[in-house]
Design a protein around this ligand. Structure first.
Ligand SMILES: [Zn+2]
Ligand SMILES: [Zn+2]
Length: 397
């Protein structure tokens, strides 16, 4: 799924759900892959779909896909996709689901597949080694080497799978600026300093699905004596991952509070009798004034509006921890209070040095760039190994 619409605004799947396969293809939102779509009733379907991780650019168009096709994905990825569908009110798409695990190979027809867990801003993310008829293709997925799971990157580089014919490698960060790959720990330390220095409310905006960042945020709150206030949507996402990763921050951890908002996500949780689970951690309105020097609030849409009504936005600090392009949508709100954001962010993707290390460790015969705005930069770093393919163009091994 594209991340932005034709007009540059963030992509709203809801506006497209009625499109037919032909319309999707015509609008260049998807490829005409035979047997993949719900309408392709008579056509032979693909044997399986591998999903590397739960970012919408990797699975967002699933509602158009024939639900009989088996999906292979990790437990964390499945939980996050299920939760996303739940909040959007979409039907679950899964008929046959196979849970993948790090380095546990499985077969689909003639293909042998081995997942490799990678360090990425998406939770429980994987690369795939795909083998068939004596050929070996490695798909990098989205990855980095400077996050909380950087040891996965280091271990992979030290002991990579060999004899790779084709490396299909992401290149989001191939033109990353200095600072693109700040270590997640260093980012946390910067937060500690800011949280200690600032007086008044601190808002910290990040993706609710960036679990590494929320862990860094909580850790910085603990080290600076601040209480972390989250919205019910975020708390629920963390809760569904509890079994998969017991150490990630939860509503019942010390100094985490939940601010009950009145948005549609919270209403859904209330209607389904899930919200009451978080009631002992509820943060009341009347404590904001008294505790404002010791709070860090994640400003969901609902929280922002509730705090604005009470006059709590003036004089606050906003830390923005996402790609700067996303801020454009929120800018008018903060502009009204004369607040400009402090950017404290590090990428979910590898920069040039990490891409180089990754490619030279795997030492493939051929490198195919994917997931990049600058494929033309690949030959600069990887020379004649690079084979450029345009979208939808097949290649033969
Ligand atoms: Zn991703
Ligand atoms: Zn991606």
């Amino acid at each position: 799924m594209p991340l932005v619409d034709e007009d540059g605004q963030s992509f709203k799947l809801g506006n497209y759900l009625d499109l037919s396969k032909a319309e999707l293809v015509e609008k260049k939102l998807a490829k005409a892959i035979s047997g993949l779509y719900k309408e392709d009733i008579e056509l032979k379907q693909p044997d399986a779909i591998l999903i590397s991780h739960s970012h919408p650019d990797h699975y967002g168009l699933m509602p158009f896909v024939k639900s009989q096709i088996p999906l292979y994905l990790s437990e964390g990825c499945l939980e996050l996709i299920k939760a996303t569908y739940y909040f959007r009110g979409l039907d679950p798409i899964f008929k046959t689901v196979e849970i993948i695990e790090n380095k546990k190979s499985f077969s689909i027809g003639d293909f042998k597949i081995t997942p490799y867990m990678v360090d990425h801003s998406g939770f429980d993310a994987y690369a795939f080694l795909i083998e068939a008829e004596g050929k070996r293709v490695f798909y990098s997925g989205d990855f980095r080497g400077h996050g909380k799971k950087s040891s996965l990157f280091d271990r992979f580089i030290a002991d990579p799978p060999g004899d790779i014919d084709y490396l299909i490698m992401e290149g989001t960060g191939i033109d990353g600026k200095p600072g693109y790959c700040e270590k997640e720990e260093e980012l946390r330390d910067r937060l500690v300093t800011i949280f200690k220095e600032k007086r008044g409310l601190v808002f910290f905006a990040c993706s609710s699905q960036n679990i590494d960042r929320i862990s860094s945020l909580y850790s910085a709150c603990r080290r600076s004596g601040r209480i972390l206030v989250l919205d019910p949507y975020t708390v629920h996402l963390l809760d569904v991952l509890r079994k998969r990763a017991p150490s990630i921050p939860q509503f019942d951890f010390k100094d985490i509070r939940v601010f009950f908002t009145s948005d549609s996500n919270t209403r859904r949780l209330a209607d389904d009798k899930i919200l009451y689970k978080y009631k002992d951690s509820k943060f009341p309105y009347d404590e904001i004034e008294e505790k404002k020097d010791s709070l860090v609030v994640k400003p969901s849409y609902g929280i922002r509006n509730a705090f604005a009504k009470k006059g709590y936005i003036e004089g606050s600090t906003l830390i923005y921890s996402m790609w700067g392009g996303y801020f454009e949508n929120e800018k008018p709100f903060w502009d009204e209070y004369g607040i400009s954001p402090m950017y404290v962010h590090t990428s979910g993707h590898a920069g040039v040095d990490q891409l180089k290390k990754f490619a030279s460790a795997l030492n493939p015969t051929t490198i195919i760039p994917v997931h990049t705005m600058s494929p033309d930069k690949f030959p600069e770093y990887f020379g004649s190994k690079v084979r450029m393919l345009s979208d939808g163009k097949p290649t033969e091994l």
